[in-house]
Design a protein around this ligand. Sequence first.
Ligand code: SF4
Ligand code: SF4
Length: 74
Amino acid sequence: MNRGIPIIDKERCKGCGLCIANCPKNILTKTEDVNGQGAYYTVCTDESLCIACGACAIMCPDAAIEVIKLAEAV
Ligand code: SF4
Ligand code: SF4
């Protein structure tokens, strides 16, 4: 299975929640902290479960997420 790490630029995040709603592994969530633009930004709760599907990065309207692919299944 593919593995990945979602790299979220917290200062670009506006807290819209689209990435959270579209992550098939349900590992994205809003923080209780706000960033510089006053948004409850998103973080990943368990990178070990990320399958590098890229859905979060594709859905983000502010290009705040980059998914690093770590490995592929043989
Ligand atoms: S790449 Fe896929 S599994 Fe990983 S955090 Fe993004 S939506 Fe979730
Ligand atoms: S889709 Fe982008 S802007 Fe919206 S909550 Fe996720 S990282 Fe933030």
